[in-house]
Design a protein around this ligand. Sequence first.
Ligand code: PCP
Length: 378
Amino acid sequence: MGKFRIVDSDTIKNGKCTDVYFIRTEEALDAEGLNPLVTMEVSAAALPQPWGVLCGLNDLLSLFEGIPVDVVAMPEGSIFYAGEPVLRITGRYLDFARYETALLGFLCHASGIASAASMMKLHAGDVPVHSFGSRRQHPTLAYMIERSAWIGGVDGVSNTCAPDGLPLTGTMPHAFVMCFEKTSDAWIAFDRHAPPEVPRVMLCDTFCDEKREALAAARLGATAVRLDTPRSRRGDMRLILEEVRWELDINGYSDVKIFLTGGVDLEDIIKYRDIVDSFGVGGAIANAPVIDFSMDIVEIEGKISAKRGKRSGVKEVYEFPDGTHTVLPAWYDAPKDCRALLKPVISNGHLLIDTSETCINDARKRLSENMRKLPQIQ
Ligand code: PCP
């Protein structure tokens, strides 16, 4: 435990961040002289949206590097459906049992964020969506949140601890505006000191009506106005947005864009995407429902076996050219014109793929290509 009350990387890597029942399992199996060769699959029986996006594999690979197991997985940024195995591990059970806690934790939260972000981007169409929600979670998760949101397709992220190279976006806090005598002084100071490449997005709801502040900001050269109208003042946000747009337009500021923040969720994106030019989304991405992955034995000492509610046998997931999937026993012939989605990533503890963070953009691109094939947007 360091300065903050968090679990450090070494503790996770050493298998000490686990559920106590795994320690008791180890002790009992060891005493009985049992350590079977097992294959375990990771899948989610249900999803919070029609499909999920696999994310967090990079940390899982770092976890299993050096442990004598084989891992086969879908690549990050893959679309998966409920019940499909996204990954499987084969090895002696006692070599990896205690890592289940961290393994699932890496995948559950990151995949939940990437899935939610992808759904918002899908519905936002050409309207940019920015990840502003690292403040909604523990700061040690900021890198993971922004990485997952980026793989999910957001157009920018706000946290300075995001992976290198991700576009950092943000506007100005209300506290900044309140440090000045007048709101307009804050906008002028921002314009004077912000680097030239930073868009002049002025926050227009601190003290006065959005319409009045938006017009004042436009007159001072704003490229966009950010509306973060408090819930207590919202009434009908659509009418507020339409009114601001109207006043900007008839006063000659139709090029001034509207940036909406403050509790924005998928429903808001669908409701306002025709009138808003950019969304800043916090909790709806960072606090997205986790994917409830579980890890289950499907084969033990070469024999197929599974608990109630799970299908036994090692499986392969195939993708048809139209993007639909099918799951078959791995020893069946592959259906015609399909491609297998599960690929070896670790062999006896040795990494088989690049785990450097250059793979982030590959994952993002993979998802974007896969999303074009989704039945619901064809
Ligand atoms: C914060 C920030 C983003 C908000 C949070 C996104 O607003 O400006 O727009 O998070 P959300 O989608 O979960 O609401 P404030 O908390 O109002 O902070 P500030 O006044 O500094 O903008």
